[in-house]
Design a protein around this ligand. Sequence first.
Ligand SMILES: [Zn+2]
Length: 331
Amino acid sequence: MARRKQSEPVATDLCVYRDRGLYVPGLDCWLDSSKPRRRGFISHAHTDHYAAHETIFCTPETADMLALVKPFEEELPPIRPLYLGRTIEHGDLQVTLLPSGHILGAAMMHVTRGGESLLYSGDVRPSGSATTPPAQVVPADHLIVEDTFGALDEEFVGAEEGAARVVEFCRKCRARNRTPILVTTSNCGKAQEMVVALGQAGLAVALQSKIWHFTRLYERHGIPVSGYTRLRKDEWPDADAVIVTRAYLEHDDLTDRVPRPTYALVSGWAASDEANDFDAAIPWSDHASREELLAFIEAVNPRLVWTFAGEGHLLPELRAAGRDAVHLEAC
Ligand SMILES: [Zn+2]
C-alpha cells in the first residue's frame, strides 16, 4: 500500500481537513466544528461539539438536547433534523446517520459517492448502553475517529458491569451510613445511565440541576429513568445517592448538607491517575477504550484512518499493523 506523505493535505473528494475543522464539500457542511459555520452537523449534545451554525443538522434527540447545551442568553439556530438509519440523497452523495453508541441521539455520518465512502464516527462507544443502541459498524474507505482514550491501556467496564458497580458502591456506602456521591464528567450520557441503574435497583437519587433537566428530556424520549429528584442548594437531599459533575464539585462539595459524603469518579478517566482524587473509581465510559477503538477500526477496515481528539496515540499501532493513519491536530 502506498503511504501518504506527511506533507500531503488530508483530503478526499468526500471530506477535507481545513481551517482546523472537517468540511464535506458535497454537502457544504462542517462536522462538529467548534467555530460557527454556515451549515454544521452536530453529532451529539455534548457542549464541546456545539457551535451556533446558521443551520444545524442533527438527530431529533440531539436537537432537543441542544436547547440545554447552547449558552443561556443565545437563541438556538434553525435545525434540520436527520433520522438515524434513513439515507438522504444530496446531488450525487448518499448520506446516512448511524448510531454511535455514545449518548442518546449520538450519530455517526456515513457518506458515499460512486465507489468511495467515508465514516465520521464522532465520539463512539461500539457496545452502546441502556440509553443508546450499539454503534452500527459499516465498512468505509476513510474513517474519521476519536482518539480520546487512545493513550490509556486500561480496559473500561461494560455498561452492565458499570451499572452493577455503581449500585454496589451506593449500597456499601449506605450500609456504613455514608452518602454516595457519584461524580461524572458531563451533564448528559453517563449520568442518565446511572439514573437508570439506580432506579432499577430501587435507589432514589438526587441530581444536580442541569443533570436533572437532561434526565427529564431522556424520560420524554422513552428512556426508563425513575426515582430521581432535583438537588437543591439549601435542602438536605431526600435520596440514597447524589449525582453531580466534576465541575459542580469545584464550587459545592456538598459537605454542608450531606452526611459523610463519599465520592466515586465514574468515567473513563477513572482508569487514569485522576482516580486518586476520589474515594472510589469506576472506569465506566461512554467512549470506547483503546482496545475497543482498535477493534472498531479493524471492523470498518478503512484505507486511511483520520484520528482526532487525544494526541494521536493510536497511530504507531495502526501503522505497525500496516494501516495508513494520520492525526488531525486541533480538530
Ligand atoms: Zn461526547
